[in-house]
Design a binder for this molecule. Structure first.
Ligand code: AMP
Length: 311
């Protein structure tokens, strides 16, 4: 059996047809899902193995994008029935999102089966799916170097024990600020991150949307603003693609030290900034390495602090 590349990433999560309404437009049955956003984002940095399920209505355009981004789809199951479908609407200022429908469809019967060649993938991302399925993934993988997870409010509400079990088995956990407060019962985000760390993950990353991101690992704290944008069209997938840019960049680092984590968080921020400029995956499917590099350098420059002069 072929060995995995040292920076290969396995992602398991949802692949969806999303119907989205924002004040800046709408999309019907557009390609989406946590694993799809993540896979496209991470593909700019590393080889990606995608595991998930689609229905027989999944459009050929979805396969073409994955092929173009050279995402490995041996673990992408096509099952009889309809693809997972989700629809949501954003408020006028884009800060609130209301889920209108969640149709599990082929997800209802899905249990992830990790192809043997993927089981030794060094970097594993458990994208947003039920924690029961995330746990099934963890049972199938062998000696990963790093396991990172994401989740959503639905599972904190309805599958808390299963989610706590997953958290006890991962190295790094992503939450958005509402979810971090919800799972920890702490309003203050530093206290929330510390409380989440006590559940298992050594490192907790709290996404705060347009307010940036906070990373806490023991006594190490890093905080970064979002990339400033004039136009935001559709925030869908910002979190998933953030994680893709982050883990993609981290998988290439020579060591998993604090500096590498910080740099990778900048790449996550940059990729998420492209995602929200377009509808669905439109914008992130068409990036170039130069565009990514230019925004990374701009982000560093925005926060550049001149050397101190004596007062
Ligand atoms: P984000 O904007 O990062 O929170 O992610 C949005 C993506 O999550 C959309 O593309 C949806 O298809 C997907 N999604 C929404 N609800 C669920 C769910 N219950 N399980 C898995 N994925 C979901």
């Amino acid at each position: 059996m072929a060995n995995s590349a040292p920076n290969e990433i396995l992602v398991v999560g949802s692949i969806a047809l999303d119907t989205i309404k924002s004040p800046y437009g709408q999309a019907s049955s557009a390609l989406g899902g946590s694993a799809l956003y993540f896979a496209i984002a991470a593909s700019y940095f590393a080889p990606v193995n995608l595991v998930g399920v689609v229905g027989d209505d999944f459009p050929s355009g979805g396969y073409s994008i994955l092929e173009k981004r050279q995402v490995n789809v041996d673990g992408l199951l096509r099952a009889p029935g309809k693809t997972f479908a989700w629809s949501a609407e954003y408020s006028a200022n884009l800060s609130e999102r209301t889920t209108l429908r969640t149709d599990l469809n082929v997800f209802e019967m899905f249990h992830p089966r990790i192809p043997p060649r993927y089981r030794t993938t060094p970097f594993v991302f458990l994208a947003n799916i039920s924690p029961e399925l995330q746990d099934e993934v963890l049972d199938q993988i062998e000696r990963p170097r790093l396991v990172v997870s994401d989740t959503m409010n639905l599972w904190i509400d309805f599958q808390r024990p299963q989610l706590l079990k997953v958290l006890s088995r991962v190295d790094v956990a992503f939450f958005n600020s509402d979810e971090a407060r919800q799972i920890s019962g702490e309003h203050n985000l530093l206290k929330a991150a510390a409380a989440i760390s006590r559940l298992g993950p050594k490192r907790v990353i709290v996404k705060m949307g347009e307010h940036g991101v906070l990373m806490v690992a023991g006594k190490n704290l890093f905080s970064l603003p979002a990339y400033p944008l004039e136009v935001v069209r559709d925030p869908t997938g910002a979190g998933d693609s953030f994680a893709g840019g982050f883990l993609g960049a981290l998988s290439r680092a020579s060591q998993l030290d604090e500096d590498s984590y910080r740099r990778s968080l900048l790449y996550g921020t940059v990729i998420a900034s492209f995602t929200v400029e377009g509808f669905g995956v439109d914008r992130i499917a068409e990036l170039t390495n130069e565009q990514i590099r230019a925004r990374y350098e701009a982000l560093v420059d925005h926060a550049r602090i001149p050397p101190e002069e004596p007062l």
